[in-house]
Design a protein around this ligand. Structure first.
Ligand code: UT7
Length: 336
């Protein structure tokens, strides 16, 4: 626990949402040259959900997930002080969080987007907990939501098989230090490798004839899968160990390992490196693929619905991805 903490953070409720439309590996093999066998053995993914239809955006999924979380505790949206939307696929480059604020009727909340790709929810929770622990705000809605299907090159089999669309939300509240759930965190970025995973802005060849100004547009997800894999398997265990060390607890104290759902092989390799039993891994990527910022809150919400997690369980939560950015939060789950 950070010594300068004045108050604690508790997680009151979670919610999640996925689109109805599902795309199986078999169907995928009609779109690109691949097979169910290749995808499943390399990633553990069987199917993913895609946000189809006209005028559907990340905001729609985020609102659905948020409403479910609010409904669970019958919270009035007007009691929310801050909304943090972690997304890399907004429907407005100025941010989508304000659309969510408006549609939820959270009229007293300030709202902003946070861009940190697959680590976005981790960064969102850590950011929110600063406001809660220093007493600035009482209730914060943190959402991780992405619709990377809109940013995928559907002819690139090395990326299109991986991603799915989803949203997950958590309502955090300021509490006494004794009830604090966010015990420790550890965050990192290494921009040297930002080119390993990006949706880069590409300029047109010719500038504006008078202004010498180059305009352009964002293209598709481009990833060096092998390098991202190696980075995740080497850095995530180190981040977890640092976190455990500063809390002065051991690997044996961990009840659940909740990692960004990128690839089942990564989840298993991280657990193995730390000698954590595979029975402690929370995984749902076979059904949803890699849902970027949504993957952690979606898996957390599902694990809670399945009643896997008990009061006072220690959950190690790690995110990793574009940036490259990665980080860990150690939570002690409190049931209310
Ligand atoms: O959320 C952000 C974090 N992202 C990640 O964590 C992704 C991490 N990386 C990975 O999960 C893996 O690297 C992948 C699943 C993306 C790829 O697995 P891999 O074992 O690293 O495969 P590879 O890229 O080395 O490709 C092996 C072979 C290649 O063929 P050759 O060159 O050996 O003939 C690829 O062309 O597999 C081929 N390949 C495919 N074959 C069938 C690549 N994609 C496919 C595909 N279906 N979808």
């Amino acid at each position: 626990m950070k010594s300068f903490m004045m108050r604690g953070t508790k997680i009151l409720a979670t919610g999640s949402a996925v689109p109805d439309s599902s795309l199986s590996n078999h169907k995928m093999s009609e779109i690109v040259q691949t097979s169910d066998e290749w995808i499943f053995t390399r990633t553990g993914i069987k199917e993913r959900r895609l946000l189809t239809g006209v005028n559907q955006s990340v905001a729609d999924l985020a609102i659905l997930a948020s409403r479910k979380a609010l409904d669970k505790i019958s919270m009035n949206p007007q009691d929310i002080d801050l909304i943090i939307l972690a997304t890399s696929s907004p429907n407005d480059l100025f941010g989508s969080a304000s659309q969510i604020q408006c549609k939820l009727g959270a009229i007293n909340a300030v709202a902003f987007d946070l861009t940190a790709a697959c680590s976005g929810f981790i960064l969102g929770i850590v950011t929110a907990s600063q406001f809660l622990q220093n007493g600035s705000y009482r209730n914060i809605l943190v959402i991780g939501a992405d619709v990377l299907s809109k940013w995928i090159d559907w002819s690139d089999r090395s990326t299109c098989i991986l991603f799915g669309d989803a949203a997950g939300a958590a309502i955090l509240q300021s509490c006494s230090k004794e009830d604090n759930s966010i015990l420790e965190f550890q965050l990192n970025t290494d921009g040297n490798y930002s080119n390993h995973l990006s949706i880069s802005y590409q300029e047109e060849i010719n500038p504006h004839p008078i202004l010498n100004l180059y305009q352009g547009s964002f293209k598709y997800v481009v990833m060096n899968g092998k390098e991202v894999y190696k980075f995740a398997v080497s850095q995530v265990p180190l981040s977890i160990l640092k976190c455990l060390k500063s809390l002065n607890i051991s690997v044996g104290d961990i009840d659940w390992l909740l990692l960004h759902q990128a690839n089942e092989r990564i989840l298993k390799a991280v657990a193995e490196k730390l000698s954590i039993s595979s029975s402690k891994i929370i995984a749902n990527l076979s059904k949803y693929g890699n849902t970027s910022a949504a993957s952690i809150p979606l898996a957390l919400d599902e694990a809670l619905q399945d009643k896997k997690i008990s009061h006072n369980d220690i959950i190690v939560v790690s995110g990793f991805g574009a940036g490259l950015t990665w980080g860990t939060i150690i939570m002690q789950w409190k049931s209310y």
